[in-house]
Design a protein around this ligand. Sequence first.
Ligand SMILES: *Cc1c(COP(=O)(O)O)cnc(C)c1O
Length: 352
Amino acid sequence: MAISIKITKTSQSRIELYDFEQVQFGNVFSDHMFVADYIDGEWTNIEVLPFQHLSLSPSTFALHYGQAIFEGMKAFKNNKGEAQLFRPLENHKRLNISAKRMGMIEVPEELFMTGLKTLIDVDRDWIPTKQGSALYIRPFMFATDNFVGVRPAKHFKFIIFTCPVNAYYPKPIKVVVEQHYVRAFDGGVGFAKAAGNYGISMLPTLEANQKGFDQIIWTDGREHKYIEESGTMNVFFVIGDTVVTPNLDGTILAGITRDSCIALLKQKGYKVEERKISVDEIIDAHKNGHLKDAFGAGTAAIIAKIASFNYEGTDYALPPAEERVVSNWLYQTLYGIQTSTVPDNFGWIDLV
Ligand SMILES: *Cc1c(COP(=O)(O)O)cnc(C)c1O
């Protein structure tokens, strides 16, 4: 299938309205978006057009029953000024893993990649170049049936839009180990990037924020004993010389940043373990002075150092940010590969 995309460019670019160095994460949108509809068994209305509102019926299926999934990825400029993507095929694969679990249609690779690259090409001037910045890309899909009966939807809209962004968490974050709410459970949708996974996390996050924490560390749904992930990021700990991260058991989102960190750490000669990690183990390591580093890993922040974690009312502080060998090295290396100041030995970069 050769995809042909209708391109309609804006007559009035908004790019001059913004100072890229000042933009907040996710509220400035580039000039264009990519849209495709799945109607009556085929992909149609495949277009790049000016970023604009959608017109939807109040009966739009996704608004009622939550058949909605998304991805998060970034484009960067390298030192030659070329636009490049980081492991975009992994986002495509994961979108379809999410689609499958949510009973939605899968997006063909060519539609995803051609739409993505066409959009990034049209809006390449929106990729910021300041240290730490990037063009955040949001592919997403939702059910568009105009129908409030309950059965899996048949019609879907796939959209990609982008936002110029700066560094996500400028300073190390304070997290709290969740002891009441649950994000995901065995047999559920924790491994999917489903909108509802975020919906159910809003109240717990609000409550954590009100207590002065930036993020939650989710624990397992049965005993609240094992660490799962931190808010919108996978989580890593450095205990002695070993880097540990929870194994992917179906309740944890398989982060592309997580996977990249593991590959880089192993290549560098670190011992990396993917396994169950109990809260008790982390507290013991802290008490014994073996807990050297703790950080979240995800596309938005890349690496977010954890300043302290709170468990049952006690705060456990991590070493100062400057002393974090692993998280500092990983951030420099990953962002360096993404912007081509560090060699890409894994073939992760895809030029646009
Ligand atoms: C997206 C996401 C991550 C990070 O995935 P990346 O591919 O590294 O951006 C981690 N946890 C959750 C719950 C997520 O939704």
